[in-house]
Design a binder for this molecule. Structure first.
Ligand code: DLL
Length: 435
């Protein structure tokens, strides 16, 4: 028998769950129509009124919401609650210079904490655990999201955040951490550093790892479990929808991530046509939030590729399961847990004198850490300059990218016309990571 944080809601029979979804959807649609001019305009343009939503399938009549829509209403335009009600603001990467901003009311923070607490329980964590939270604290939702959830669960949380790996290893051993939360790639890096320090992390008290915020694979799960000696659980989420804890695997099955359907309605669509695909078929995940107050989103295009299954699960939870994310329908990269769009790098490059708009991003993974090389053409004049001038320019670009995007890279300046031109869509990225 599984351990639930909220047994009633986690195991609601599907008919009751769907009835609850419809009620909450109707309330959300009415609220955004009344409070957010963007939704009023887009529903009016589609010729649909809140009263027209009479069944869950009517949801499909509503227009999608995209990251671009969020960008157009930067920073607070899509908020449905007055600023006095907003107690927290987070942000994630936008496609160009400006981030995507989200706001939470007190109630939103409570909901998020509960969903993270549920996620912890589903992953096999419980009160009494010592949770080593190495997700970054800050505008990124990982750190604080897991933190509040761990407290709600009643566990002891160590707010270690990211970085300073040697210290992490010491603290983990000395404090007796039983649960590790971080990106999957960082867990492997931790294991490797521990080994280099002569620490046998496998014989530590760690029992469960809750890993997400970037794509990983079954092969990586095997490697993490072998190197760290724990159960590795996949957790999914995105800032726009809430942060971590939108969906999680249960430890009983480790097969698909339960998406908390009493708060979110998932759809899987064909990213080209926008039409729903059949159960079990791959497509883009679209999520509608049905309890959020700060920034409810209707049919948000996550760009993440997965499939969904409503088959009963051994853990007893009735919420559908999404498959491990298998890619994205856009060009967003996740480099050491930081979301990066090539267009963001481009917008930095084009502002720099002497730099041509021809570039290539080479992503790799060395010793379990992501690396990014930015190759960019410079004009003839600069290229024939002294090496020192070129080096100074390269360092300057690296710094601007680090300052603006938070990602470390090496910049390689190349001769004009050396980056391959393409006849169709430019190939800006070479991702050599094998997950
Ligand atoms: O990454 C929230 C999060 C924090 C999730 C901690 C899990 C753990 P964002 O920074 O907005 O939010 O990035 C969201 O990251 O659309 C996916 O492309 C990717 N992503 C998140 N979790 C997974 C996962 C957080 N388990 C974007 N597998 C999403 C694959 C994931 N990709």
């Amino acid at each position: 028998m599984a351990n639930y944080f909220n047994e009633e809601f986690e195991t609601l029979p599907r008919a009751a769950l769907e009835a609850l979804q419809l009620k909450r959807l109707q309330a959300t649609v009415a609220r955004v129509y009344a409070n957010v001019p963007f939704y009023k305009q887009s529903f009016d343009a589609a010729g649909i009124k809140p009263e027209d939503i009479r069944s869950l399938t009517d949801l499909q009549r509503l227009p999608f919401t995209t990251k671009q829509n969020m960008r157009d209403s930067y920073p607070y335009g899509l908020f449905a609650a007055p600023m006095e009600e907003i107690v927290r603001i987070h942000a994630s990467s936008g496609t160009t210079g400006k981030p995507t901003v989200v706001g939470y009311t007190q109630k939103d923070i409570e909901t998020w904490s509960e969903l993270m607490a549920r996620s912890f329980m589903a992953a096999g964590a419980h009160k009494g655990d010592i949770i080593h939270n190495a997700y970054g604290y800050g505008l990124f939702t990982g750190g604080l999201g897991a933190h509040y959830g761990a407290e709600k669960l009643g566990a002891s949380v160590i707010p270690i955040s990211g970085g300073n790996t040697k210290r992490q290893i010491m603290i983990m051993q000395d404090f007796g951490s039983t649960v590790l939360t971080c990106t999957p790639s960082y867990s492997l890096y931790l294991a490797e550093e521990a080994a280099a320090e002569g620490v046998d992390i496998k014989s530590s008290k760690l029992r469960v790892g809750i890993f997400g915020a970037e794509p990983w694979s079954e092969a990586m799960r095997g490697e993490i479990e072998a190197n760290l000696g724990l159960d590795a659980i996949d957790i999914y989420g995105l800032s726009e929808i809430m942060g971590p804890g939108v969906a999680i695997e249960c430890i009983e099955e480790k097969h698909g991530l339960h998406i908390w359907e009493d708060h979110f309605i998932p759809e899987i669509i064909n990213p080209e046509t926008g039409q729903p695909v059949a159960e079990g078929e791959k497509g883009e995940l679209v999520i509608t939030t049905i309890t959020k107050q700060g920034i409810p989103l209707i049919r948000y295009r996550t760009r993440d590729i997965t499939s969904i299954s409503y088959a009963p699960c051994a853990c007893g939870r009735t919420h559908g399961r999404i498959a491990r994310m298998s890619g994205r329908s856009d060009d967003m990269l996740i480099i050491r847990g930081v979301n990066v769009f090539p267009s963001q790098i481009e917008s930095i490059l084009v502002r720099i004198e002497g730099v041509e708009p021809h570039y290539l991003l080479i992503v790799d993974r060395k010793d379990n850490l992501d690396t990014l090389e930015v190759q960019v053409e410079v004009d003839e004049r600069i290229f024939s300059d002294e090496i020192k001038v070129l080096q100074t320019l390269a360092r300057r670009i690296e710094k601007e990218i680090k300052d603006m995007l938070g990602v470390t890279c090496t910049v390689k300046l190349v001769e004009p016309k050396t980056i391959q031109r393409s006849e169709g869509k430019a190939q800006r990225v070479r991702d050599n990571r094998k997950l």
